[in-house]
Structures are given as C-alpha cells and as structure tokens.
Design a protein around this ligand. Structure first.
Ligand code: ADP
Ligand code: MG
Length: 258
C-alpha cells in the first residue's frame, strides 16, 4: 500500500491537535504501522512530546527552502516504528520565506516525495500550526486527508466550516484534487457536563459518519505525558486517555485500509 499522508489540523489553538498527533502516531506504531510524525508547528510541541530536544537546524525549514533532503531530517524516537521530523523555532520564518517561492503551496508535498518513494512508512501524520497560514495550507496540499480535532465546546463547528472552505478552494484550484476530511475527533470530552454531551450530538448531527466513534476524554494524564516526553500509552498504559487513543488508532486504521 502507498504511504498515507494525514494532516492533523484546526486553525484554533489548544483543541488537541498535537496531543492527537503524538498519541495517534504512537498507537498506530504500536499496532504495527511504520509511522512518521512530521512536526510542522514552530512551537515544536509534538517534537518535545516524543522526548526529542529542540535542536537548531533539525527542522524541515532548510529543506522546505530547497536545501537537502527530508529523509536526512528524520530522527528515530524511543518508540518502535515511530520516527519524527522535528520542528524548532526556525520554522516561524517559513510562512514568509515560502511565500516568495514558486509553487509555494506545494513545498511540503515536494519535500515529502522522496519519503513516499522510499516506502519506509505506512502513515505520515503532520502536526499543523494553529492557523491557516502557508505551512498549514502546504500540509493540506500534501495530504490525502485532514484529521480535525474538535474540542467539546460551543463554536467548535465554526472552525470546521472555515477549513472546509479552504479545502474546497485547494481542491477546485487543482492544488490537491484528492483532499478531503478524513475524520473528525472530539477531544477533551467531559461526560459529567451537559455541554460536552450537547456538543458531541450537535457535531454528529452536522457531520455524520465523518466523526469518529471514539471520543477523547479530558484527562490530566494526557496533559502530563508530554512533560515526560512520552505518548500516553507509554506514560500510563491503563489510563482512560490511553484506551481512547488506542481505539481511535483502530478506527483510523480501518478507514485507511477501507
Ligand atoms: N484530552 C485531553 N485532556 C486534558 N488535557 C488535554 C487533552 N488534550 C489536550 N490537552 C491539553 O490541552 C492543551 C492543548 O492541547 P494541544 O494538543 O497542545 O492543542 P493544539 O495542538 O491544538 O494547540 C495542552 O496543554 C494539552 O496537554
Ligand atoms: Mg499544537
């Protein structure tokens, strides 16, 4: 099977993109998938969440500008079958610098090409910054689909309508004709509150089968794990957060194979 490329995206910050990217990546790897997590957020939270230091010059920045090969930026992690292209703050400049380049929306797609050709990975997950800037649009242009975390809060659906508009523009412009929403995952669910339950039903009403059955609970263990540089399944294997991301990974795998 060709490598599947999924962008974890939502222009809102703090909705669980990085938490989902890191934990889904780890759970897919635990299920036997060879996974590359491509950290495209200058904040580099996915990088540190996997236990890697932020290292000067380690990000994809130079490669995106046309110097070198992304394959040389791939780092292994402490977790089997899980590798990463780290980020660091230099990626901040990428939005501006890329804007000046030819085919500036297709830079990520271009640098991913040798990675896809190498057939080293079954899945590439990209952790996007909290904006619809050029890096995010690049991730959209390079992906087979978007995985959108939505926080269980009012207005969470507003974000998705904006992303849908951008998605349609990229598709209609021929920049990525295959682009679609791969799935929506509800995050930070608190079953004790009416709000969480209402938001989940509302989102399911609106988006139907796109929404994964698995809902990610609010859990302090999930929030703590990154400070130990570990995905939840390696930090607290028997927590509710670990169980949820394991189930999500199974659903994702089914969709990827389906
Ligand atoms: N299910 C969850 N339960 C508790 N805290 C969470 C959960 N998901 C994310 N968080 C915390 O919320 C904050 C924002 O999450 P993060 O994944 O970094 O969002 P984003 O990447 O969208 O900005 C982080 O501090 C993270 O640890
Ligand atoms: Mg993030």
């Amino acid at each position: 099977m060709p490598t599947k490329v999924i962008a974890v995206a939502n222009q809102k910050g703090g909705v669980g993109k990085t938490t989902t990217a890191v934990n889904l990546a780890a759970c897919l790897a635990a299920l036997g998938q060879r996974v590359l997590l491509f950290d495209l957020d200058p904040q580099a939270n996915a990088t540190s969440g996997l236990g890697l230091e932020k290292t000067e010059g380690a990000s994809a920045y130079r490669v995106l500008l046309g110097e070198g090969n992304l394959l040389d930026k791939i780092k292994s992690t402490a977790f089997e079958r899980l590798e990463v292209v780290p980020s660091e703050v230099d990626l901040c400049a990428a939005d501006l610098e890329l804007a000046r380049m030819e085919n500036h929306l297709l830079r990520v797609a271009a640098v991913l090409q040798p990675v896809l050709e190498s057939q080293r990975f079954d899945v590439v997950l990209m952790d996007c910054p909290p904006s619809l800037g050029i890096l995010t649009l690049n991730a959209f242009a390079a992906s087979d689909g978007l995985l959108v975390p939505l926080q269980c809060e009012y207005y969470s659906l507003e974000g998705i309508s904006m992303m849908n508009r951008v998605l349609n523009q990229l598709r209609d412009a021929g920049i990525n004709p295959r682009l679609d929403i791969f799935g929506v995952v509800m995050t930070m669910f608190d079953g004790r509150t009416k709000l969480s339950n209402e938001v989940v039903s509302e989102v399911r009403n609106q988006l139907g089968a796109r929404v994964f059955e698995t809902v990610i609970p609010r859990s302090t263990r999930l929030a703590e794990a990154p400070s130990f540089g570990k995905p939840i399944i390696h930090y607290d294997k028997y927590s509710s957060g670990a169980a949820a991301y394991e189930l999500l990974a199974q659903e994702v795998l089914k969709r990827l194979e389906g």
